[in-house]
Write a protein that binds this ligand. Structure first.
Ligand code: GLU
Length: 525
């Protein structure tokens, strides 16, 4: 601790008098009026123009914890890095949240929700620390710091601005005024009294109490270039005044955990409960080793990839939900719950290491998800996807939407035998592409028995019911001395180009007489 600065000097150092006292802030952002046990959570992405699947995972955990406890889930934009372009990046975040059905409630009372618009709050808290001698203006330049760093390295000391290396921590008021008069703009640093020889215990809801050496670095609270806070200081101010009860964030924040607890203690504020989540990993196809999903190397690290490819967002969410709450899959299979929103997420059971995101497993979730979806919903999703990502498909469907519905209705009426061949909206269309003449590809490999095909055409009547249709096939088979299945297979390959399809009778009914006849006719030519 040092002598606190006078109010006048604080105003000069911060480029303006603080707008609020701490008491005013407490009153402006009072404790929330929520039932006991309600979680207040927030997803706090930096707008980078990219939404990582790990971010979506955290947002889901946040959203679920709030939803299941009758609490509040917020979206906070951490845009304190002014070098970055923000507008589109925020749209990407908001759009992803919307598409994945993660609803947030940014109640005006606790806003604004852009950190760049909360300067008054940060400066007011910084003013309090400056007045109490727990923070100070620091005039070190980038070059000064580089020099300090080099010297520390050469001497084998830990790098950073701490203790004797924190040149300005005891700077006098006169010196501060002199530097300000000379036009120098300071950053505001923490006056750390931590001693790394001592341990500080930090509580994580899953990991329990973790001991760390105390922090002794005079970290920057307010940056000199734009007057905005660092992550650490913004986290302190925002999660206190937004009345966050649970901070869900990546394990990469564990090293700064002791600093954050130190800051909360200095303010005399109760820290939120923390949940540091595991990275989302994959098995590297080359090394066979588990590693973090990488923005650079793995397309599936990007949430946009799932949208573009037409993965059902609900299935991606179910799968992520099952990573967070591993009993969900079983409960769902047993029919105890229908969706992840019905299954309680226990904070203590959230995995803290090696959460694996496996595309093959996601496929399973997607198949199940689409299989149990009402056909109208399936059609709507497929059309929406096509309208956005594949205009040729959109045009094809647009000509006769009822046709697509009939196609996708095949084998959807028997709940015991629902087809599970659809995975994504895109793949669903590819899977049924043979229903369109411009996409149908004749199977040139199959050795057709043209006698069987000819015999079929002779008696084919689209008005036949399924039994009559089948009886005709049986008759053809016995007349030709082959198995019923041989006739059916010849027909199947002739009209679809494939050896494996859903119910052939239904396919023919949906295609209509002309298409069936012309496809068989083409082979007989
Ligand atoms: N903006 C931080 C990040 O993107 C947020 C971490 C947190 O949730 O506190 O990592």
């Amino acid at each position: 601790m040092r002598d606190g600065l006078s109010a006048d000097l604080i105003a000069r150092v911060l480029g303006g008098a603080p707008k609020y006292t701490l008491a005013e802030l407490e009153e402006k952002y009072p404790a929330r009026d929520l039932p006991d046990g309600a979680f207040v959570t927030r997803f706090a992405p930096s707008p980078t123009g990219y939404m990582h699947i790990g971010g979506l995972y955290q947002a889901l955990v946040d959203c679920k914890l709030a939803q299941q406890s009758g609490g509040v889930f917020m979206l906070r934009i951490e845009d304190t890095d002014t070098k970055r372009e923000v507008a589109d990046a925020v749209k990407i975040i908001e759009d992803s949240m919307h598409r994945f059905g993660l609803k947030y409630n940014n109640d005006e009372k606790y806003g604004p929700y852009y950190q760049s618009k909360r300067k008054d709050i940060y400066h007011s808290v910084a003013a309090d620390l400056l007045a109490r001698g727990l923070a100070y203006p620091c005039f070190l330049t980038a070059e000064d710091m580089e020099k300090i760093r080099e010297n520390q390295k050469a001497a084998g000391f830990a790098t950073g601005i701490y203790g004797e290396f924190a040149r300005d921590r005891d700077i006098s008021e006169e010196e501060i005024i002199r530097r300000l008069d000379a036009g120098q703009v300071p950053s505001i640093r923490l006056y750390s009294t931590g001693n790394p020889q001592q341990r500080i215990f930090c509580k994580d809801a899953v990991r329990g109490s973790i001991g760390f050496p105390e922090n002794n670095e005079d970290i920057v609270l307010i940056k000199s270039n734009d007057g905005l806070p660092t992550y650490h200081f913004a986290h302190l101010c925002d999660d206190h005044f937004m009345r966050t009860t649970h901070v869900v964030r990546g394990e990469e924040w564990l090293p700064s955990f002791p600093l954050h607890i130190q800051l909360f203690r200095m303010m005399g504020w109760t820290p939120p409960m923390y949940i540091h989540t595991s990275t989302i990993d994959k098995i590297d196809s080359e090394t066979g080793k588990q590693r973090k999903l990488s923005k650079r190397h793995d397309p599936e690290a990007n949430v946009a990839y799932f949208l573009r490819d037409g993965w059902p967002t609900g299935a991606v969410l179910e799968y992520l939900g099952n990573i967070a709450a591993s009993g969900y899959e079983e409960a769902k299979n047993k029919g105890q719950v229908k969706s992840i929103w019905e299954y309680p997420l226990r904070p203590k059971k959230i995995p803290i290491s090696g959460a694996l995101f496996d595309m093959k497993k996601l496929e399973w979730w997607a198949r199940e998800f689409i299989a149990t979806m009402p056909v109208d919903e399936l059609v709507r999703h497929v059309r929406e996807w096509a309208n956005e990502y594949d205009l040729q498909w959109a045009a094809r469907i647009g000509e006769n939407p009822e046709y697509l519905k009939n196609i996708l209705s095949i084998e959807r009426d028997n709940p015991k035998r629902i087809r599970k061949d659809f995975i994504t909206w895109h793949q669903t269309l590819d899977e049924v592409a043979y229903f369109w003449d411009d996409l149908f590809v004749q199977n040139t490999e199959y050795a057709f028995n043209t006698d069987l095909l000819r015999a079929f055409l002779e008696t084919f009547d689209i008005c036949d019911d399924k039994d009559s249709w089948w009886n005709k096939i049986v008759a053809i088979a016995s007349g030709a001395g082959v198995k019923n299945g041989d006739v059916a297979m010849n027909l199947r390959v002739a009209v679809t180009g494939r050896t494996n399809t859903p119910d052939l009778y239904s396919i023919m009914q949906v295609m209509g007489a002309d298409m069936v006849k012309s496809r068989i006719g083409d082979i007989l030519k």
